[in-house]
Design a protein around this ligand. Structure first.
Ligand SMILES: [Zn+2]
Ligand SMILES: [Zn+2]
Length: 346
């Protein structure tokens, strides 16, 4: 921990929320949810179109670039839905998780680059990260990604077969993929919010979810640092709901799982970086335990499980920063009035 900077004590600018603000809050949360869905769609569309154009231009690929890539995968690994769904999804998840997760972990381990500290949500924590705690996390995550994820993917495959799903070598159309992604996001919000709240029940919490909450100030790779049962019901099942309902193509599932992993890595990273979706809500959940259970925030608002978050300074920072100014500098903490115990007041 840095000598010069005291550990984060939460902001002290708590003000009670007026009941008359509830309708405005609901409208603002719905707007934010729509903004996330809309901007994801536009960014994805822009990336897809420009990437296709440039890659085709430079490498002379003919026809549809993504179809060509998918054909190569089918050629290398065989057009076997079982293999693609179980082992393929596991490998894609593993690569996405650790390629991005390692970058965050190296920053936490070596406490570098220095400027990144300005973007910490809870400054003074994990600077540097405790090695023993980190190793325990890496081992648990690997266990979940192999021993738990592979059989779970097999179960998903059989459920998908019962439901019937797109097994064509032809990729679905671009617009259909976008539609399915939106459905997946909505089902994940419902599945994650309620299963997560269930794991906070006093009878379940101490046996399962307590492990994930060992990290009051999370780091990226703690995203799936969880009890295996929780990993199945609260992490993987909500992500799988959308594809099951829609009977999605394996390629769409790979894309969706990758996006969901990138989102949870960011939510746990402990850094609120410019041009990234705000990780403030889930970080606040780790700091306070009984606030902000969901992903989008709509269900938290409807159930009133974000009242303390909305009354806190963290809520003012809960937006995508479109400049390089760190959120804690753009919206600084109010001066503490009394003695503050770490993590107990915000
Ligand atoms: Zn978490
Ligand atoms: Zn929790």
């Amino acid at each position: 921990m840095a000598d010069t900077e005291p550990p984060y004590q939460g902001d002290q600018g708590m003000v009670p929320r007026q009941p008359s603000h509830a309708a405005a809050d609901l409208l603002s949360t719905l707007k934010k949810a729509l903004f996330i869905l809309g901007s994801t769609t536009i960014i994805f569309a822009a990336l897809r179109n420009s990437l296709t154009y440039h890659l085709q231009h430079f490498w002379g690929a003919s026809g549809n670039f993504w179809q060509h890539q998918w054909d190569k995968i089918l050629h290398s690994f065989g057009d076997d839905s079982y293999v693609l769904m179980t082992y393929g999804t596991t490998i894609v998840s593993y690569i996405v998780y650790w390629s991005v997760g390692s970058v965050y972990t190296l920053m936490d381990l070596f406490n570098k680059p220095a400027f990144i500290k300005r973007y910490k949500i809870q400054p003074g924590t994990n600077e540097p990260v405790e090695l023993q705690k980190l190793i325990k996390c890496i081992l648990w995550v690997n266990f979940n990604q192999t021993v738990i994820s592979i059989p779970f993917s097999m179960l998903c495959y059989y459920l998908m077969c019962l439901r019937g799903f797109d097994q064509s070598p032809q990729l679905p159309t671009f617009h259909w993929v976008l539609f399915e992604l939106i459905v997946c996001i909505l089902f994940e919000e419902i599945g994650f919010y309620y299963s997560h709240r269930l794991f906070h029940h006093r009878l379940l919490y101490k046996h399962f979810h307590k492990l994930h909450h060992e990290w009051q100030s999370p780091i990226a790779i703690t995203a799936i640092y969880a009890h295996p049962l929780e990993h199945m019901f609260s992490n993987m099942a909500p992500v799988f709901l959308g594809p099951l309902v829609m009977g999605s193509h394996v390629a769409t599932i790979w894309l969706w799982v990758s996006l969901a992993l990138l989102s949870t890595l960011n939510a746990h990273s402990g850094y609120h970086l410019p041009f990234f979706p705000s990780p403030e809500a889930h970080d606040f959940h780790h700091l306070k335990f009984n606030q902000c259970y969901g992903v989008l925030g709509v269900l938290d608002l409807l159930h009133g499980t974000d009242d303390k978050f909305r009354a806190s300074k963290c809520f003012s920072r809960h937006l995508m920063m479109l400049s390089l100014v760190p959120p804690r500098e753009a919206f600084p903490d109010d001066k503490p009035e009394g003695k503050v115990i770490k993590g107990k007041q915000c």
